[in-house]
Design a protein around this ligand. Structure first.
Ligand code: HEM
Length: 398
């Protein structure tokens, strides 16, 4: 059995480009957390600052007022929302800043890299990471049974707000928005840690008693940053070492702002990839909740014209995530589209990157597809507004 799941993890790891050998004591052998003993690794860390605060905010009935007050708190240099409980304001004063180790030159370069590579990033985050999140069982179950799970388009748009604010030029500068978005997200996660354990539906399917540990956040980081990093390399997209370092740095700061202690944040891409192979690849598996979420996410396309069929979309997901994941999620096969994706996508990249003078006949189709996907998530299809992040006060009913 052990060998079988090891083999499964290896073959899936190869397909996803996240190769490595799964060890049973995944976190204990993590480079950055090499000293972690049982009970002290990131799977035992939640958020000592935000979690107790949000219990008090929920129990004191303050959440609706906070949601209202922080709606206009958007830019990093906006004044903190006023009129809120003193301990909430004190918490924000403490965390609403970049860590001392943040390197503004690297963050600037990351923003520029994000701008130059935005089409690939949006489609890899959207179709790769977005659908991968549905086969990360803990994430799928908590997203499905939290309040936001009932409206996946809204929820996907909010998650995209995170990616978009992270990718914006000047995201970490005073006029950017990322520090605020990350702080709001940290508070939402803290709230969910209190709410979900009160959901009988979540409790019936969960293998943990409190969701969203630091380890879970690192797993999700690997499904986003580490996965995208690997795909850009695999697709041979020009990606110089300074861009790689800057991209990693922006994620290190992001994970810090989400409350993960510094010692558990991977310091290099090599360390991130090794950790990902240990803690992400082996746990990927389908769940009832994940299958429903994937169908919701892919069904969003029914509302906009991406210039491609659902069969093409299914095959693109299979291309970026493997047939194994496609089979788990029951994505119907379209063999003609599969052949097209596998041959024409690499040709599209070569031409787009100026690495081949031959424009593939399918260039405009792919071009429309990548642009429409980015717009779909950024603009929620057509409304054109950024979705505000709000703190939930309950769970999904059923
Ligand atoms: C909420 C991003 C890790 C579960 C959110 C929101 C964002 C976000 C932007 C706010 C969206 C909203 O208002 O609904 C991220 C990022 C992560 C991460 C960037 C890691 C790098 C995780 C993990 C889990 C998780 C590991 C669970 C295992 C949830 C849930 C919500 C949420 C349940 C609340 C949904 C709702 O009811 O509205 N996350 N998240 N997140 N996240 Fe995360």
């Amino acid at each position: 059995m052990e060998n079988l799941s090891r083999r499964k993890a290896l073959s899936l790891g190869v397909a996803l480009g996240l190769v490595g050998v799964a060890t049973p004591r995944a976190w204990a052998s993590t480079g950055s957390a090499a000293t972690a003993a049982a009970g002290t690794g990131p799977e035992w860390i939640w958020d000592d600052l935000a979690d107790p605060l949000m219990v008090r905010m929920l129990e004191g009935g303050h959440v609706p007022a906070i949601n209202k007050a922080w709606a206009s708190w958007v830019n990093n240099n906006d004044p903190l929302p006023t009129g809120l409980p003193a301990d909430f304001t004190a918490y924000l004063q403490q965390v609403n800043r970049l860590p001392s180790w943040a390197d503004q030159a690297k963050l600037d370069r990351a923003a520029d890299f994000n701008r130059r590579r935005d089409t690939y990033l949006f489609m890899l985050y959207g179709l790769g990471s977005g659908i991968m999140s549905t086969v990360i069982p803990r994430e799928a179950k908590s997203v499905y049974w939290s309040a936001g799970g009932a409206d996946m388009q809204d929820r996907a748009a909010k998650t995209f707000t995170f990616g978009y604010d992270l990718s914006e030029l000047g995201a970490f500068k005073p006029t950017g928005q990322f520090v605020v978005t990350a702080n709001k997200t940290r508070v939402v996660h803290a709230t969910v840690r209190h709410l979900l354990p009160r959901s009988p539906h979540w409790r019936a399917v969960a293998d943990e008693s409190v969701p969203i540990s630091a380890a879970d956040i690192l797993v999700t980081f690997h499904s986003l940053g580490t996965y995208v990093h690997r795909k850009l390399l695999d697709w041979k997209i020009p990606y110089p070492a300074a861009d790689q370092e800057a991209f990693l740095h922006s994620w290190q700061v992001a994970i810090h702002l989400l409350g993960v202690p510094y010692e558990h944040i991977p310091k290099t891409w090599a360390e991130a990839e090794a950790q990902s192979a240990r803690v992400l690849t082996p746990i990927l598996t389908p769940s009832t909740e994940g299958i429903a979420l994937a169908e919701d996410l892919l069904g969003l396309t029914a509302q906009v014209d991406l210039g491609v069929t659902r069969g093409f979309l299914n095959e693109f997901v299979r291309y970026v995530l493997s047939n194994e994941v496609g089979d788990w999620l029951g994505l119907k096969r379209d063999y003609a589209a599969a052949a097209l994706v596998r041959t024409a996508w690499p040709a599209f990249i070569l031409f787009r990157e100026g690495l081949s003078p031959v424009m593939p006949g399918t260039f405009y189709m792919f071009d429309q597809f990548v642009r429409a996907l980015a717009m779909l998530f950024l603009n929620k299809g057509s409304s054109g507004t950024t979705t505000p992040i709000t703190i939930p006060t309950g769970n999904r009913a059923a």
